[in-house]
Design a protein around this ligand. Structure first.
Ligand code: TYD
Ligand code: MG
Length: 465
C-alpha cells in the first residue's frame, strides 16, 4: 500500500529497514519483528491518531496560564497497592502491571475490580481465560462484582466497541500480549501489536478520562515481553515479584508519573487470594534460625518504610578452579566486591570457597546500607561463628574496608528496636549525627576491622581471624 513503510524492530527498540538475524545494538539473535510505520496522515490500522498525552491536539500554552492539575484518585481498597500507586489509581492514567506468569496478577486485579466496583464501573478484559474460568476464580475470591463487567476478547476493535458501550471508569486488560489489531499483519504479542494496542488504550484513557490497567507478562530474561517500549509509553510501571515456592509477593513501582517509585507493597498469597502484609519485618523474620552461623539481620528502607530483612550466606570449600558465587536478592557484583574487600583487608580465603547469598522472603536489597550485614553474614559463615540473634548491622562498606554513613538511620533503629533487637552496629559518621534514645544499644564503628573486634568480644561469636 502506498504511504506505508515496513521496517523491522528488535525487542530493544533498534530499527532496521531489512530483517536481521542478530541485533547490532543489543546482540540478541532472532529478535526482529516486522513493524508497519505510520503512514502520512497519522492513521494506523485504520485508526486516526490523537495526542497520547492530553487526548486532544491543540496549540502551545503559555506557562503562566497552565493550571495545577487536580488528579482524581480512586482507592483500590488494598492499602499496599495504593501506597505503590502514590495514593490510588489516577483517572486518565495507564498502569502497566507486569510479572511472571502465575505470580498472581489476575488474582490481584480481580480482587481490586470488586472493591473499585463498589462505586465505579469496571470492565475486565480477559484474553487468556474463559468466562467459566474467570467465574470460578472470582467465586473463590468472594467477588460480588456489582459493577463489574467481563469480556473475554482479544480483538482490540471489539474491545473498544464494548468499552464505548459500557463506558467503564476503569478498564483492565489481562493481558496486553493477547490483544491484537487485525489490520496489522504481525502476530499477537509481537512488538508492533503490543505497541499499537497499548497506544490505542492510552488514547482511550486520555480521551475518555478512564484509568487503564494493562497486564504484561515478563519473559524469562526478566523484561516485559513486547517489552521495554511499553515502559516509556505508560504512566506507571509496577512489577509484581516473588518466588512461586514462597507465598510472599511484592509490588514495586519502577516508574510512576503520579507518585514515588521507591515504595513497595507486600502481599501474601492465600487460599482466599492475596492478603496484605502490613508488618513485613515480622513476616520476614518469622522462622529465623537461632544461633546459626551465616546469617545477619539488616534494616533496609523501602520508600517511607523501614523493613528488617535477613541475609543468609553459605561459604564452603570449593573444588572448582573458579569458585561458584550466587546471589539472590543482592546484586551479584556487590557480592563479588564485598568478598574481594574481605579477602584483601581481612585475609579471608574466599577465592578458594564457593559462596552463596540469599535474602529471605524474596526481598531484593539494592541499597548500600546492607553491605555491612552482607559482609558479616559471609564472615560468619566462613569462620562458622554465629552473629548474635539480637544484633543488627547497618552500614555501607568502602573498598578500603571503611564503614560509610547511611541515610535514614533513625527510622531503621526504631524498627529494629520495635522487633526486639537489642544492639546495632552502625557507621561512626552516622552515629555522631544521631539524637535521642532509640531503645537499642548503639555500637559505632569506623571500619570492618572494628566490626570484627566487636564480634570478638561477644562470647560464642568471636570469629577466628
Ligand atoms: P494468577 O492470578 O492466575 O497469576 P497470573 O495472572 O499472574 O498469571 O495466579 C495464579 C496462582 O495463584 C495459581 O498458582 C494459584 C494461586 N492462587 C492462590 O494461591 N489462591 C487464590 O485464591 C487464587 C485465586 C490463586
Ligand atoms: Mg493471569
Amino acid at each position: 500500500m502506498k504511504g506505508i513503510k515496513t521496517s523491522y524492530i528488535c525487542d530493544c527498540g533498534y530499527r532496521s529497514p531489512k530483517w536481521l538475524g542478530k541485533c547490532p545494538s543489543c546482540g540478541e539473535w532472532n529478535s526482529f519483528t516486522e513493524e508497519i510505520a505510520e503512514p502520512l496522515g497519522g492513521t494506523v490500522g485504520g485508526v486516526k491518531r490523537v495526542s497520547a498525552v492530553s487526548g486532544i491536539s491543540g496549540e502551545a500554552i503559555a506557562y503562566k496560564d497552565l493550571e495545577l492539575p487536580d488528579f482524581m484518585r480512586s482507592a483500590t481498597g488494598l492499602g499496599e497497592l495504593d501506597r505503590v500507586l502514590g495514593g490510588g489509581l489516577v483517572n486518565s492514567s495507564v498502569v502497566l502491571l507486569s510479572g511472571e506468569p502465575g505470580i498472581g496478577k489476575s488474582t490481584l486485579l480481580m480482587q481490586i475490580s470488586d472493591i473499585l466496583g463498589q462505586n465505579r464501573k469496571v470492565l475486565y478484559i480477559s484474553g487468556e481465560e474463559s468466562y467459566g474460568q474467570l467465574k470460578l476464580r472470582a467465586k473463590r475470591l468472594g467477588v460480588k462484582g456489582d459493577n463489574l463487567f467481563i469480556l473475554a476478547e482479544t480483538n482490540i476493535n471489539n474491545i473498544l466497541t464494548q468499552a464505548e458501550k459500557i463506558k467503564p471508569d476503569i478498564l483492565i486488560v489481562d493481558s496486553i500480549q493477547t490483544v491484537f489489531n487485525e489490520r496489522i499483519a504481525s502476530a499477537p504479542g509481537s512488538i508492533t501489536q503490543v505497541k499499537e494496542c497499548t497506544l490505542s488504550f492510552i488514547e482511550k484513557a486520555k480521551g475518555d478520562g478512564i484509568s487503564v490497567i494493562l497486564v504484561g507478562h515478563v519473559n524469562k530474561e526478566g523484561s516485559i515481553a513486547g517489552p521495554k517500549v511499553l515502559e516509556h509509553m505508560v504512566d506507571a510501571v509496577l512489577y509484581f515479584e516473588g518466588e512461586k515456592q514462597h507465598t510472599y509477593r511484592i509490588i514495586r513501582a519502577i516508574k510512576n508519573r503520579y507518585g514515588p517509585t521507591n515504595e513497595i507493597g507486600v502481599f501474601e498469597m492465600t487460599d482466599m487470594g492475596l492478603s496484605q502484609v502490613e508488618n513485613p519485618s515480622e513476616m520476614l523474620l518469622s522462622g529465623r534460625p537461632k544461633n546459626m552461623s551465616g546469617t545477619c539481620a539488616v534494616c533496609t528502607v523501602e520508600g517511607t518504610r523501614p523493613i528488617i530483612a535477613e541475609i543468609q550466606a553459605l561459604v564452603t570449600k570449593s573444588v572448582l578452579a573458579s569458585p561458584r558465587r550466587t546471589a539472590s536478592g543482592i546484586d551479584y557484583n556487590t557480592m563479588c566486591l564485598i568478598t574481594a574487600v574481605l579477602e584483601k583487608r581481612l585475609g579471608l580465603q574466599f577465592s578458594s570457597h564457593d559462596a552463596f547469598l540469599n535474602v529471605i522472603g524474596g526481598l531484593r536489597l539494592d541499597e548500600p546500607a546492607v553491605d555491612l550485614a552482607v559482609a558479616l553474614a559471609l564472615i560468619s559463615s566462613i569462620t562458622d561463628r554465629a552473629v548474635p540473634d539480637d544484633l543488627i548491622a547497618i552500614g555501607e562498606l568502602g573498598l578500603a574496608g571503611e564503614c560509610r554513613a547511611v541515610s535514614g538511620l533513625e527510622q531503621r533503629l526504631k524498627e529494629a528496636a520495635r522487633l526486639g533487637f537489642t544492639r546495632a552496629i552502625i557507621p561512626h559518621r552516622s552515629y555522631e549525627r544521631l539524637k535521642g534514645d532509640f531503645g537499642i544499644e548503639l555500637i559505632p564503628i569506623h571500619s570492618i576491622f572494628d566490626a570484627i573486634n566487636v564480634l570478638k568480644k561477644i562470647p560464642n561469636s568471636e570469629p577466628n581471624i
